[in-house]
Design a protein around this ligand. Structure first.
Ligand code: TMP
Length: 255
């Protein structure tokens, strides 16, 4: 067996050294966590579904000119990506009030926001990823002013495009989280690219007719039907894997 070097293991993904210099293999696990690891569980087949959903979204975003780390999907659970230096900021865009903003500001879940709202969290597990302002990002140098400007512009463009894309399949894009990285190419200044994933793990998706939750809130709130919800998103996007997420080929880490 060809054993690869593991670079990093996160809560829902593992990164391995890629086949060529400057590439990584991103492996999607079935593990689910919520509330910064305080709740742990498994969503059967989630990794397979998130791999396919992320592939679809990254390809569509590349088509509209958003640079991403995505190269290609390798198999049921893995995709080849460019190695980037992750900017330690989670960018959250909200269209409808849900989750932490409701608690923080006393807003009712489901209230449409007057305009899309951007928030930032500092990526530091030991601090539970605290919410921070643009001033913190610039003062502490987590991103340079021109990088942050690009991150903000990409994030709103992604929101506009994906809101329409999901509405086209009867789903409201309530909110989502993005991560960006710096991609280094010889002889060129580092470029900001979209990294990580885009899946029901990091966004809220509500059925446009019934408001049924089709995302990780099913797990966070112990509503049940997690796999079915993720499958429904993949099915509507037209990327539900033929053999289904329970496919044994997709269930083990292949090394
Ligand atoms: P929140 O309402 O908990 O702040 O989450 C806003 C959005 O960001 C929601 O779609 C879930 C996503 N998110 C992550 O992907 N990772 C995280 O660590 C957090 C806190 C939120």
């Amino acid at each position: 067996m060809n054993r690869r070097r593991q670079i990093y293991e996160g809560k829902a993904k593992v990164l391995f050294e890629g086949p060529e210099q400057g590439t990584l293999v991103q492996y999607f696990k079935d593990d689910a966590t919520a509330f910064n690891n305080k709740k742990k569980g498994t969503i059967t087949g989630k990794g397979v579904l998130n791999n396919h959903i992320t592939e679809f979204v990254m390809l569509r975003l590349a088509e509209i000119g958003i640079p991403t780390h995505f190269i290609r999907r390798l198999n049921m659970r893995e995709q080849l990506v460019r190695e980037v230096d992750i900017v330690p900021i989670e960018v959250i865009i909200r269209n409808i009030a849900a989750g932490s903003i409701c608690k923080r500001l006393g807003i009712e879940e489901g209230a449409p926001l007057p305009r899309p709202l951007i928030e930032y969290c500092y990526k530091e597990d030991a601090l539970d990823d605290p919410i921070v302002a643009e001033e913190h990002i610039l003062t502490f140098g987590w991103a340079a002013p021109h990088e942050l400007e690009e991150i903000v512009a990409h994030s709103f463009r992604i929101n506009d495009y994906l809101s329409g894309l999901f509405m086209g399949i009867g789903i409201r894009l309530v909110d989502f989280k993005l991560e960006f990285g710096r991609f280094f190419e010889e002889g060129q200044p580092p470029r900001i690219v979209l990294a990580d994933e885009f899946s029901p793990d990091n966004c809220r998706l509500w059925d446009a007719e019934t408001n049924e939750k089709l995302d990780k809130d099913r797990f966070r709130r112990s509503l049940g039907g997690e796999t079915e919800a993720y499958q429904e998103v993949a099915r509507r996007l037209g990327v539900l894997p033929e053999s289904g997420p329970g496919d044994p080929k997709g269930s083990e880490i292949v090394q």
